[in-house]
Ligand binder design. Structure first.
Ligand SMILES: [Zn+2]
Length: 675
């Protein structure tokens, strides 16, 4: 009898320990998720690439961005203060500026989850007090409307109320999970209750209101945090509403793009092509993946599978970037901005590739990784992180790109005439449209939470980087391990178990799609398991403290070509080593060399060299290029002249690190000469 009581008591204790309810997305109870989140703070970077990036994030990116947003440059805290009656003044910034502030707060909470900096939390809690005072009695909280007499609540979706709401809900859930404090969550609940009252009933007025729909992800997280199903129902409602109402009706949509631009021409469950604004589309798909995680509706997953394929296999750049055009048309011939055009239509020089869209691509893929448990989704997360994600911020952590084209040629575009100045030849210290910087910084801050997932009886290693993991498997058993690696510059990863249960469990190692010929050793001996690139290699066995797993991935320099349908890169190649895509900058060429005169010699030896003190510590690729010296004819079309060449020995730098040595021309793809 006594024994039984002990057993049942320990079960209760176990239950409280085991629930992994503090993940970036809390899918601990989600019935249709195969790989679940570890808790924030379980994985701490210790060495190498991500430890260094996180340090910059902690010491520079978050504090510096905080000084912008809480000061007069960014003005977003000012907006809340004015709405709270604590300050005189007017609203400044884009309609979505509140949302961008919430994103920065979220980034700060990821940092706090890692370092426990109480001063940081105190500051955030101070801002939450101001935000609480800015919130109206009924829960409404949108400074862009509250501070402007000429706008009414929910009058027009272009005012981005849903976007701000979504980031509010997400940020508050993260704050609650990290701190256990409900001050921010209370604001979010009050706000979501108002949304539920207005948007849950069937209504022509509000049926098409969802716009830039981060609120779907936010509502699902709020459901997961509070257990209140009405938030999940509302999230699903926003999906159901899309494509249901006639696009020609004008309720709440006057003066702003409609149809494919905002993914409302085709209901999601019938969609097989990503259309319209890339950020809008991918936030929407990511939200739908969260809804599927709870409802298990097959039609939703089928659609998401089709869309993920369309995005990543037909409309994505080699850098993981998405959203090919600033202005263009969908395949239904509707005008779109900042988004998807036809498949395989991949301009380099004019590519838009908004940093947010690239980040959203990885957010969508992280959710799909959870749903399917397949490593190909983590391949995309990684591709974005090392390339089109990080390219959005300078190495120092203070300057930002909004657009991430794959080629930069000076004097081909007048960037200053672009209405929003969202495209630029160099990174800017502040962008009037500030959606991308905090989106990227919150992502850099949270990569450790993406690095591992929990399977039914084990652990999946999604991303590599030196770290210490201290977590619980889903059965509540303790698991501690360390990961040592200089990835992505070196291909060897060593994992050492520090603490684990006695019963067998699985360790799943992602073998990236490029890592053909990888090997896995356990305690120095071949593991005797199948190791296939593009899949998880699963070690299912008994483990003990001190067991050492070694993954060796061959990191070779490779040339990558595009599908023949991609006209823009025919007879051109990009250089890639592991997950890192390279580019050539005019800085590394003889003075006055135009980047369009650079050709790659197919047979030239390309070798990888690590430089500790260059560009924050990078491996460059060294080799020869051919510079065409007689490409001076005028005119749009010219009679061909036999090319003349100079050979030049140079280096290629990681794409993400370009434009950190002054303004330069740059290209990822280069024409190739095979002779
Ligand atoms: Zn953005």
């Amino acid at each position: 009898m006594k024994k039984l009581i002990i057993v049942s008591l320990s079960l209760i204790v176990l239950q409280t320990i085991t629930a992994q309810e503090h993940g970036i997305i809390n899918n601990s109870q989600s019935p249709h998720v195969k790989l679940k989140s570890i808790d924030m703070g379980d994985c701490i970077w210790t060495e190498g690439f991500w430890a260094e990036k996180f340090k910059i994030c902690e010491e520079t990116m978050v504090p510096y961005m905080g000084s912008l947003l809480t000061g007069d440059v960014g003005h977003s805290l000012n907006n809340f203060k004015i709405a709270a009656g604590l300050k005189e003044g007017e609203h400044k910034g884009m309609h979505w500026h509140d949302g961008d502030f919430y994103k920065w707060m979220e980034a700060a909470m990821y940092v706090y989850a890692q370092n426990g900096d109480e001063k940081l939390l105190q500051n955030i809690n101070g801002y939450i007090e101001i935000i609480a005072q800015a919130q109206e009695e009924d829960g409404y909280l949108q400074t862009q409307i509250q501070l402007r007499d000429n706008f009414d609540r929910y009058e027009n979706r272009r005012f981005h109320e849903m976007y701000n709401s979504g980031h509010l809900l997400t940020s508050a859930c993260i704050h609650y999970r990290v701190t256990g404090q409900s001050n921010f969550l209370d604001i979010a609940v009050k706000h979501a209750d108002l949304l539920h009252t207005l948007f849950m009933p069937e209504s022509k007025q509000y049926g098409r209101f969802g716009f830039n729909q981060t609120q779907i992800m936010g509502l699902v997280e709020l459901y997961r945090t509070t257990g209140n199903k009405k938030y999940l129902a509302l999230a699903e409602k926003f999906i159901d509403n899309r494509g249901k109402y006639k696009v020609e009706s004008t309720y709440t949509t006057q003066g702003y793009p409609i149809g494919d631009m905002v993914q409302e021409r085709t209901p999601l469950r019938e969609a097989d092509e990503a259309v319209g604004h890339a950020v809008l589309a991918l936030y929407y798909y990511a939200g739908a993946a969260d809804v599927y995680a709870e409802t298990g509706e097959k039609a939703l997953l089928d659609a998401l599978d089709r869309l993920w394929f369309n995005v990543t296999a037909q409309k994505m750049y080699v850098t993981g970037a998405v959203g090919q055009a600033h202005y263009g048309a969908s395949t239904n011939r509707e005008l779109i901005q900042e988004g998807f055009i036809d498949k395989y239509m991949m301009p380099n020089l004019t590519a838009y590739n908004e940093t947010c869209a690239n980040v959203c691509n990885s957010m969508f893929s992280y959710r799909m990784l959870g749903l399917h448990g397949e490593s190909k989704y983590a391949d995309i997360m990684e591709l974005v992180l090392y390339n089109s994600g990080l390219s959005g911020i300078s190495l120092e952590g203070k300057d930002y790109f909004y657009a991430n084209p794959l080629r930069m040629v000076h004097d081909t575009r007048d960037y200053h005439t672009h209405a929003n100045v969202t495209e630029s030849a160099h990174r800017e210290p502040y962008l009037n449209c500030f959606c991308c910087p905090p989106n990227l910084v919150r992502t850099i801050a949270k990569v450790s939470g993406w690095a591992y997932s929990l399977s039914e009886n084990g652990l999946a290693v999604n991303l590599y980087g030196g770290n210490k993991l201290s977590t619980h498997l889903l059965d509540g058993s303790e698991l501690e391990l360390t990961q040592e690696t200089q990835y992505p510059w070196e291909g060897t990863v060593k994992i050492v178990l520090q603490e684990c249960k006695k019963d067998p469990f699985e360790l799943m190692l992602r073998i990236p799609d490029w890592a053909e010929g990888s090997t896995v050793l356990v305690n120095g001996n071949d593991a005797g398991i199948e190791v296939n690139s593009g899949h998880f290699a699963t070690l299912d066995r008994k483990w003990k403290k001190g067991d050492e797993i070694t993954l060796i991935m061959p990191l070779e320099v490779s040339m990558v070509e595009g599908h023949p349908f991609i006209e823009e890169v025919r007879n051109q190649v990009a250089i890639k080593r592991g997950p890192v895509v390279y580019c050539i900058e005019s800085t590394d060429l003889p003075k006055e060399t135009k980047i369009l005169n650079v050709y790659l010699q197919g047979k030239s030896d390309l070798s990888a060299v690590y430089h500790k003190d260059f560009l924050g510590g990078v491996t460059t690729i060294e080799g020869n290029v051919l510079l065409r010296t007689n490409n001076n004819k005028e005119g749009m079309y010219r009679t061909v002249t036999q090319p003349e060449w100079e050979t030049h020995s140079t280096q290629f730098v990681p794409y993400y690190a370009w434009s950190n040595r002054g303004e330069a021309e740059m290209t990822v793809f280069m024409p190739i000469i095979w002779e």
